[in-house]
Design a protein around this ligand. Structure first.
Ligand SMILES: [Zn+2]
Length: 168
């Protein structure tokens, strides 16, 4: 399948190294692998890109070496518009890691990309790119609501995509 709940790769989470506090109290950071590293490098440039097969054109996510449709290993990183719709969401409550518990409840959305409806990315729904995780009232979130991507530098050199409501 070309869909995933996670924008991260499979090496598991790591903790933010430098947020001026106990690392155990920091938000988790992505740990890119070789296939996923370009996704995060583009994110640092404020670009949302997914792999597009160079042979058949099919878009795929999460990043991987081989096209699941035609088995080609050739690919490009195609820039997405950053528009999408909320396909699903959850509102986490404690018990959570300390940094998350401090901001709960907040909203984690699964966004279906307008450019690639079979690709879905998980992320935080926030009121502004650098706003707190709980900056949007979960009671206002609706399935199908239009969203657009934003980028937040969560730690030095580590930028993560987040999502803003098109009509706040
Ligand atoms: Zn292909």
């Amino acid at each position: 399948m070309s869909t995933s709940m996670r924008p991260t790769t499979d090496n598991g989470p790591q903790r933010a190294p430098d947020q001026g506090e106990d690392p155990a109290d920091a938000l988790l950071l992505p740990v890119p692998d070789d296939d996923g590293a370009p996704f995060w490098e583009y994110a640092a440039r404020r670009e949302l890109r997914v792999q597009a097969c160079a042979a058949c054109g099919e878009l795929r996510f999460p990043p991987r070496p081989c096209c699941p449709h035609c088995r080609s290993f050739d690919h490009r990183w195609r820039r997405m518009s950053g528009r999408g719709r909320i396909w699903s969401y959850v509102v986490p409550h404690p018990p959570l890691l300390p940094a998350y518990a401090a901001q709960a409840p907040y909203t984690v959305v699964v966004v279906e990309l307008a450019d690639a409806p079979r690709i879905r990315l998980a992320g935080n729904l926030v009121a502004a790119p650098d706003a707190a995780l709980n900056s949007v009232d979960p009671g206002r979130v609706r399935i199908g609501a239009a969203v657009k991507v934003a980028f937040h530098e969560q730690a030095p050199g580590v930028t993560v995509p987040r999502w803003l409501l098109e009509r706040p």
